[in-house]
Unconditional design. Structure first.
Length: 47
C-alpha cells in the first residue's frame, strides 16, 4: 500500500502534467479556431 507521503508527490506531478496538457490543448484549439476564419467562435477568441 502507498503511504500518504508517497502519494502526494505523485498527485502534484499529475496535476502539473494535466495543467500543462490543458495549456497546450487550449493553444492548439486556439490555432485551429484562428485558422477557421468563418467560424463564429473566431470573433470570441479575438485572433
Amino acid at each position: 500500500m502507498y503511504s500518504i507521503g508517497h502519494l502526494i508527490p505523485n498527485l502534484v506531478f499529475i496535476m502539473v502534467f494535466l495543467k500543462f496538457k490543458l495549456k497546450s490543448l487550449k493553444y492548439t484549439l486556439h490555432n485551429i479556431i484562428c485558422k477557421n476564419y468563418y467560424s463564429p467562435i473566431f470573433k470570441i477568441f479575438n485572433c
